[in-house]
Write a protein that binds this ligand. Sequence first.
Ligand SMILES: NC(=O)c1ccc[n+]([C@@H]2O[C@H](COP(=O)([O-])OP(=O)(O)OC[C@H]3O[C@@H](n4cnc5c(N)ncnc54)[C@H](OP(=O)(O)O)[C@@H]3O)[C@@H](O)[C@H]2O)c1
Length: 324
Amino acid sequence: MENRKLGSEGLEVSAIGLGCMGMSDFYGESDEAESIATIHRALEIGVNLLDTADMYGRGDNERLVGRAVADRRDQAVVATKFGIVRGEGNERSISGHPDYVRSSIDESLTRLGLDHVDLYYQHRVDRTVPIEETVGAMSELVEAGKVRYLGLSEASVETIRKANEVHPISALQSEYSLFERGLEEQVLPVLRELGIGLVPYSPLGRGFLTGRFRSEADFDSADFRSHDPRMSKENFRRNLTIVEAIEELASTHDVTPAQMAIAWVLAQGSDVVPIPGTKKISRLEENAAAAAVSLSESDLAALDALPRPQGDRYAPTLMGSIDA
Ligand SMILES: NC(=O)c1ccc[n+]([C@@H]2O[C@H](COP(=O)([O-])OP(=O)(O)OC[C@H]3O[C@@H](n4cnc5c(N)ncnc54)[C@H](OP(=O)(O)O)[C@@H]3O)[C@@H](O)[C@H]2O)c1
């Protein structure tokens, strides 16, 4: 698989990464041995960008990724995040305080069993702390050798500009897919102006675009998606028409809908590196093969013209934490 550059500081990663979140949280049951085997297979086939966060599984996901890379650290580009603080049950808060940044990286490194992470993101912007202070503390981690490159997630253009003045930002990780196009008008042009890469998360629309889920009843109440407005009873059926159109186009190319959805993201620019999530080797291989799918201008135009989904991308409490 080709490599792509993220930002202007020298970070280079596989064109497609692997989202590890679902191996420990949010998307139903998982099997640790299968998850670790999936990470190993990813590294074998050249998918080297592994995405985790301190809040996934309340630290369990970092521990899992750490175990998986322990004997092959040099093959992996490990990205993690800080800033979403989980309380009891579903309670969450956000912290970008410099002291919190400093303690978070040490805890992440301990869980990962590493002496540095390659890419360290602020997971959500803390609007009570000037971004300059948060990124200032993050830049000290680069100087200390604990972190190689810096990133932000779901940051607004104003935040991105201010952050990038303090220290070059290599990547913005935000939701972007055929199911979520919100970055195109304002954020993408600013990333390009500043030379910042884009790491689209949920490039498969949390699995919806794969065509695997056919009804809201496919998610039990423990699955995060049972609270996803786009997959609610009111919106599921109508949003499925988007998937049906992707399935139709995919069948004419003899590829899967997941491959078509990832190929569309890859075609948005050489500065774009999607991180589809899976805990299964077969799906990892399927998704990685999307790097070889070439879409014509008319395919891209047909995909661009798909209707936008109905419903917000998060429930109201979580939408409130998006920096806008
Ligand atoms: N920065 C942020 O705020 C943020 C938010 C959400 C996610 N993320 C990161 O982005 C990564 C990816 O996002 P995501 O996991 O939310 O969504 P996604 O990649 O859009 O979709 C993942 C879902 O699709 C399924 N899937 C994957 N490949 C498939 C295939 N070929 N055929 C059928 N089903 C397939 C997975 O199931 P199986 O696992 O069962 O295969 C899983 O349920 C996460 O792992 C996480 O690291 C970041």
